[in-house]
Design a protein around this ligand. Structure first.
Ligand SMILES: O=c1ccn([C@@H]2O[C@H](COP(=O)(O)OP(=O)(O)O[C@H]3O[C@H](CO)[C@@H](O)[C@H](O)[C@H]3O)[C@@H](O)[C@H]2O)c(=O)[nH]1
Length: 488
């Protein structure tokens, strides 16, 4: 039987700690919002303010927050680590890990000041909180913002690192077999593990090896989306050797509200005037950008396809590879249109709509005119696309996105992946772009992908159903009951 909301409420105080980067801030915020609105919890959302992006500030200063959700700002660390210039520009992840490390120094006094919440839910890159919370007897839960498959890989990583693999992972002759996951081709591996000697890998291994310290892991997925992996994590004897924490699949949690800027409103108004399922939405997550050469090919490919599009466009990555990541939602930078082929904007007027830096993505994906999502396959983008039943063009860039893309194309059948031209290096040429864009909007294969995405959208809605034993809804209710039962 479904557990009623009123049973779980009564001022239970929980805190939520995201790491920086919109791909983490957004899902932890969605969870905080859900706990406050659906489960009546009193929620403190701990916001690391150092290097906050415009999108982060905009999200957290929204006037529509529920009254029982409080944003607690962690002031920037007094003596932050200074990374060498070269690392600052190439490794967003290392920089992110240092920001967390520096800015959690005062976590203990913050939690004490908040009156010791009954549970702390942390992002996977905030595992420094385990020791602090042990001293305070606060149970810590991780919210895994990526797939269950990556969670399984991460649980297994310390074992592989210690006992099984003595070369670089990318040099292995065969795909990596992790129980419950499709074999992971070495070229699809998460980028953080491609070089075991560098700091990026050490941080990823550090946080992965601490996953078993959690009292439980909330996964942003649902039973029907990753059935085999979830079953394996729960049941496979292999995982019993690794003290894996109990898992709670609570997804797909996606943005329910988002602040709309002027350019966002224009983008939605443009969509209103387009035919149903006709528009390809091109957006590469919060930090994705393309090289100048690739940007040119994408522009030509879109134009040649003749299909309608919305394109969230950013300055080329050759200028500064991590600029987009740390400046998410910042529209003050150069007008990216200046990087496009001459005459492109004029020639595609009426057929295409450009948005600088940031669009109201969830709203665009939920719009009836959107026919496909050209995405870097970040996990939140993937969940948003599936929630609204939109098929995808898979364009993975970094992190675990290649793994997600392969699952979406090969295992689930909701995406198509353009092929690179070996003669042009890693670049996908305009003819190939034209082919996949037309295919996903017009072909029978594209329609089959849309049908599959719609089925998943229905199963997602069922999992979240609050009045019909939705599996994800019930998982979260179970947790809230548990926290409440431990309440003194
Ligand atoms: O113009 C934009 C661009 C992005 N978004 C939102 O930003 C989030 C982006 O998240 P995601 O798709 O997961 O991409 P990243 O920001 O790149 O996320 C990082 O974190 C994810 C979760 O761990 C990983 O899956 C990714 O690989 C990693 O790059 C989503 O909610 C989008 O709706 C917008 O609202 N407007």
């Amino acid at each position: 039987m479904s557990m009623a909301r009123s049973e779980t409420a009564n001022n239970l105080h929980v805190a939520v700690l995201p790491s920086p980067g919109m791909g983490h801030i957004i899902p932890l915020f969605n969870l905080a919002n859900r706990l406050a609105t659906d489960h009546g919890c009193h929620v403190s959302y701990l916001n690391i303010t150092a290097e906050a992006s415009a999108a982060q500030t905009q999200l957290l200063t929204s006037p529509n927050l529920p009254p029982n959700l409080h944003i607690v700002h962690i002031p920037p660390a007094k003596q932050p680590t200074h990374l060498p210039q070269e690392e600052q520009s190439t490794l967003a992840f290392t920089r992110l890990c240092h920001i967390v490390d520096d800015n959690l120094r005062e976590l203990k006094s913050i939690l004490l000041h908040l009156g010791k919440p009954k549970a702390l839910i942390i992002d996977i890159f905030c595992t420094q909180a385990f020791e602090v919370c042990k001293q305070l007897s606060i149970p810590v839960y991780t919210f895994y913002t990526a797939s269950a498959a990556l969670f399984a890989f991460s649980l297994y990583l310390p074992v592989m690192d210690r006992e099984i693999i003595d070369c670089e992972f990318v040099d292995l002759p065969e795909p990596i077999r992790v129980p419950g996951c499709s074999p992971i081709r070495t070229e699809d591996l998460i980028t953080q593990v491609t070089n075991r000697k560098i700091e990026e890998y050490k941080w990823f291994l550090f946080h992965s090896s601490r996953l078993p310290m959690a009292a439980g892991t909330l996964l942003n997925t649902w039973n029907e989306f990753e059935p085999i992996t979830l079953k394996a994590i729960k049941e496979n004897p292999f995982y019993h050797q690794i003290p894996a924490p109990p898992i709670y699949p609570i997804g797909p949690l996606i943005k329910e509200t988002e602040p709309i800027t002027i350019s966002g409103a224009e983008c939605l108004a443009w969509l209103d005037s387009q035919p149903p399922e006709s528009v390809v939405f091109v957006a590469l997550g919060s930090g994705g950008s393309l090289t100048e050469l690739q940007l040119t090919e994408v522009a030509w490919g879109l134009e040649l396809s003749g299909q309608r599009f919305i394109w969230v466009i950013r300055a080329p990555s050759d200028v500064d590879p991590t600029a987009a990541f740390f400046k998410a939602g910042d529209t003050d930078s150069d007008d990216p249109r200046t990087f496009l082929p001459a005459g492109f904007v004029e020639r595609t007027k009426g057929v295409g709509h450009l948005v600088s830096s940031w669009a109201p993505q969830a709203k665009v994906l939920g719009h009836r005119s959107t026919g496909a999502f050209w995405s870097h396959c970040g996990w939140n983008s993937t969940l948003e696309s599936m929630t609204y039943g939109v098929p995808m063009i898979a364009w993975p860039l970094y992190a675990e996105q290649r793994m997600n893309a392969s699952a979406l194309v090969e295992d689930i059948g909701v995406a198509v992946k353009p092929a690179v031209d070996p003669g042009m290096g890693e670049v996908v040429p305009r003819e190939e772009i034209k082919r996949v864009v037309s295919k996903i909007i017009e072909s029978e294969e594209g329609k089959a992908m849309r049908r599959k995405a719609r089925e998943l959208s229905q199963s997602a809605a069922k999992a979240l159903n609050s009045s019909g034993n939705g599996s994800s809804y019930e998982s979260l209710v179970r947790l809230v009951h548990k926290w409440k039962a431990n309440q003194v």
